[in-house]
Ligand binder design. Structure first.
Ligand code: NAD
Length: 339
């Protein structure tokens, strides 16, 4: 906004615990004097010709402002419409899902010093939704891999690796079995590698990756990993479990050609909604990724340090999911005091 000097960011607060954890983000951003004005964004859903879509006003707002922050959206089971999360991904062509998974200093989980960054192809592979009944009891399910989508996500992964100053990009695959599909993914990475001489490209079979991550997670602290859709879905949850012991601390970014949407990995937590119990950390760390994406790095670092030092400061400042006694609002207060 040329008048206020602030950025406008659409905010989809989401369902269940969404409004509570969104309030925490707003309060902390206001206290940290981040130059952002939030624009409430309602993503529907509406149904057109049997298809789920989101309201035009939301699409226009996100397209205009290029970034959005998103709380969890509940997906009603068996109501016959596509998940809103999938709808958002398709609407804005959010082709790369970036999932960092880092241990929190002084918060003890099974593993310490985990610092993994995974980039998942977000548009095709096993999620193309192409399945057929060949004959009764025989199903064919198609994994679609294209050169264009592979190139787009792998190029983004090279750029991201360079931007965060890591020397290594690991392509995770199973081209020994999926010779053509994963073979294409790996070959695209090898072709692109010549454009990134400062980054070492490694290829690794998914089963080896799983074993290595579980036994030596610290061996990936100098790397970024990139993989096709389904492997990324599974591996990113494994990484979250290793780093934080839960999804409750894991942020993510959905990167598109034009628009990027930042969101917590967890769902709407209906079991604790409205009880001031939810941990806002995952949404807060997603908002920190958004600030870095926008170039507001100083604000990002200040807020991230306040969050991590609050969690480190003891169980009275941790929410119930981290075996602490804090509420959403008392945790938020503690973070504000650390800013
Ligand atoms: P969930 O992540 O909502 O909850 C799983 C468990 O984790 C629950 O016990 C919950 O209380 C706990 N939890 C989650 N977030 C927490 C937080 N911030 N603080 C403390 N505890 C937290 O998963 P679910 O129950 O499978 O899904 C509930 C709804 O959310 C479903 O409708 C699902 O479709 C939707 N969902 C949305 C997204 C998204 O919007 N990206 C992601 C996953 C699930």
């Amino acid at each position: 906004n040329p008048v206020t000097g602030k950025y406008t960011v659409p905010f989809i607060e989401g369902d269940g615990v969404g409004p509570e954890i969104s309030k925490s983000v707003k309060d902390i951003f206001a206290a940290a004097k981040v130059p952002i004005e939030w624009e409430p964004c309602d993503v529907g859903p509406i149904f057109v010709n049997g298809l789920t879509t989101i309201p035009d006003a939301a699409v226009q707002s996100i397209n205009k402002h290029l970034v959005a922050l998103k709380g969890p959206l509940a997906t009603p089971i068996g109501k016959g419409h596509r998940s809103l999360n999938l709808t958002l991904r398709k609407t804005f062509n959010l082709f790369a899902n970036v999932r960092p998974a880092r241990s929190v200093p002084n918060y003890k989980t099974t593993y310490q010093n985990v610092d993994l960054v995974l980039i998942r192809e977000n548009t095709e592979g096993e999620y193309s939704g192409i399945e057929h009944v060949i004959s009764p009891g025989v199903i064919q399910s198609i994994k679609l891999i294209t050169k264009d989508a592979s190139e787009r996500v792998i190029r983004y992964a090279f750029e991201y690796t360079r931007a965060i100053g890591r020397p290594r990009l690991v392509v995770v695959h199973k081209s020994t079995i999926q010779r053509m599909a994963d073979g294409l993914f790996v070959n695209v990475a090898k072709e692109l590698a010549s454009e990134y001489p400062d980054i070492e490209l490694q290829t690794e079979l998914i089963d080896n990756t799983i074993l290595n991550v579980v036994t030596h997670p610290e061996s990936y602290t100098d790397a970024v990993s990139v993989c096709p859709n389904l492997y990324g879905d599974i591996l990113s949850d494994l990484n979250s479990g290793l780093s934080a012991g839960s999804l409750g601390l894991t942020p993510s970014a959905n990167i598109g050609d034009k628009v990027s949407i930042f969101e917590a990995v967890h769902g709407s937590a209906p079991d604790i909604a409205g009880q001031n119990k939810a941990n806002p950390t995952a949404l807060l760390l997603s908002s920190v990724m958004m600030l870095n994406h926008m170039g507001l790095n100083e604000h990002a670092t200040k807020i991230e340090n306040a969050i991590l030092s609050t969690i480190a400061s003891g169980s009275e400042n941790r929410t119930g999911d981290l075996a602490g006694t804090a509420t959403t609002s008392s945790f938020t207060e503690a973070v504000i005091n650390k800013l």
